[in-house]
Design a binder for this molecule. Structure first.
Ligand code: BG6
Length: 469
């Protein structure tokens, strides 16, 4: 629709990062250890509590000390919004303290103030892929209901401090990661090493409660607050037109949509209650839980989009798997993959936008999208990342098509506008940025920042409000 195919005024163009992937300073100013600090091989591998292995997350890209320089570059890009997360153990080192660690909170206020100085809207993820290790050791992670109270304290502390400065929040990054990386998503460890769905879904229930309490508190404390959920979208196509493949795709999609269904619609869907029944999963609930969920649904649907998936009932298709950040999947013969095996599918973004908007009728916020690739610094110092420009160009075009379809989209924050440590593989050679960071996967380099070719390209996208797409 050419008439409606236009980015609205005030569209939140920008970039997104997570504390544990760029801050570094993992033990400075009173910060406690987080689950990321013991995950030297990334979120899909078991933790190493000995802390003996080299861990890139510990120093990140030193954003903790370089944030002013980095935010100045985001301002030069013309960012309207910057999404970042709060490291929970920076505020509450063990997670169960009553008093906040002021130095930690002050660090985030400095970031917020710096953003506001440049008219960049801060967008806060309350919890992104990490939690205080103390909550794992003392309480067993999110399967313990005590965590709801600790998270509520965390979120209220954030809202109270930033109520006059920050309007946009989201409660848990990719909340559905619990299913795929339960240690990162929920601080869960299993005695026999095998994922236990009982614990996973109990932990999910507690996170839903914590999220609903945050929505409630945010609405009470912050004037005009917009509090969203955040899922890793994983749209699934049937491999063939066989009805069974279609049903397999639907079933796979429900694993993801279950999370946004509860957070946005405010109740447990029947398909999930049936699944629990079938698997003898019993979710412990207290009186008032369901009413809390029902009364405190999210204001918008935040999601990440990197790739699409395929479901097939034919065993031969399931033999050859391709990689993904959270889930390995059946290969799609129609798509190319990134160097990490993620299947590149711009049209899938348009479909996801339509699917989510049809389902929830709430504004969408695309809070992650991007291409992880190896960059080469040329002899003249330039970085010709045309592949990144192509990827983003194609996705932004499809986002605009979705707007033309009538989907309400609030903004787009590309993942990792500055190179940072990857989540699934804990390396630095997988780069997403418009800004190159001179640090490699072994932790060597000057940590200096350089603009890539994509820097000027994205700057122009924002300056023209995407009119060329
Ligand atoms: C998302 C996460 O799943 O994907 C980010 O929210 C992550 O934390 C991003 O970094 C890209 O994944 P990766 O593994 O390439 O860093």
């Amino acid at each position: 629709n050419t008439k409606t195919r236009k980015f609205p005024d005030g569209f939140l163009w920008g970039g997104a990062v997570a504390a544990n992937q760029l801050e570094g300073a993992y033990n400075e100013d009173g910060k406690g250890l987080s689950t990321a600090d013991v995950s030297p091989n990334g979120i899909m591998c078991p933790p190493d509590f000995s802390m003996e292995q080299f861990n890139l997350y510990h120093d990140g890209i030193d954003f903790y000390h370089k944030y002013k320089e980095d935010i100045a570059l985001f301002a030069e890009l013309g960012f309207k919004a910057f999404r970042f997360s709060i490291s929970w153990p920076r505020l509450f080192p063990n997670g169960d303290e009553v008093e906040v660690n002021e130095k930690g909170l002050q660090f985030y206020e400095n970031i917020v103030d710096e953003l506001i100085k440049y008219n960049i809207e801060p967008v806060i993820t309350i919890s992104h892929y990490e939690m205080p290790l103390g909550l794992v050791k003392t309480y067993g992670g999110w399967k313990n209901r005590k965590l709801v109270e600790f998270y509520e304290r965390l979120s209220k502390t954030i809202f109270t401090r930033f109520k006059d400065k920050v309007k946009y929040y989201m409660t848990f990054n990719e909340i559905n990661v619990l299913l795929h990386a339960p240690f990162t998503g929920g601080g869960l460890l299993f005695e026999d090493g095998k994922k236990n769905e009982q614990d996973i879904y109990q932990a999910a229930h507690h996170q839903f409660l914590a999220s609903a309490l945050a929505v409630k508190a945010g609405h009470e404390i912050v004037p005009g607050a917009q509090i969203g959920c955040m899922i890793a979208s994983m749209i699934t196509y049937p491999y063939t037109s066989k009805p069974e493949d279609m049903f397999a795709a639907l079933t796979q999609d429900r694993k993801t949509l279950f999370f946004s269904d509860v957070q946005s619609r405010g109740y447990y869907p029947t398909y999930m209650m049936n699944y629990f029944n079938e698997k003898n999963i019993e979710i412990e609930m207290e009186e008032g839980d369901l009413a809390l969920l029902q009364d405190n649904t999210v204001d918008y649907i935040g999601f990440s989009y990197y790739m699409s998936f395929v479901a097939s009932t034919a065993p031969e298709h399931n033999d050859e798997k391709t990689a993904g950040n959270l889930l390995a999947g059946v290969k799609n013969p129609h798509l190319r993959s990134s160097e990490w095996g993620w299947q590149i599918d711009p049209v899938g973004l348009r479909t996801v936008c339509n699917q989510l908007y049809d389902r929830y009728q709430k504004p969408l916020f695309i809070v992650e999208n991007g291409l992880g690739a190896v960059d080469k610094v040329e002899e003249d110092g330039s970085i010709q990342d045309n592949y990144r420009i192509d990827y983003l160009d194609a996705h932004i075009k499809e986002m605009k098509n979705a707007i033309g379809d009538g989907v309400e989209i609030m903004g787009y924050t590309s993942w990792g506008p500055i190179d940072l440590v990857s989540a699934s593989t804990a390396e630095l050679k997988k780069r997403y940025g418009f800004i190159y960071v001179d640090r490699d996967s072994e932790g060597k380099g000057t940590n200096n920042r350089y603009k890539k070719k994509s820097f000027d390209w994205y700057k122009n996208v924002i300056a023209t409000n995407g009119e060329d797409f």
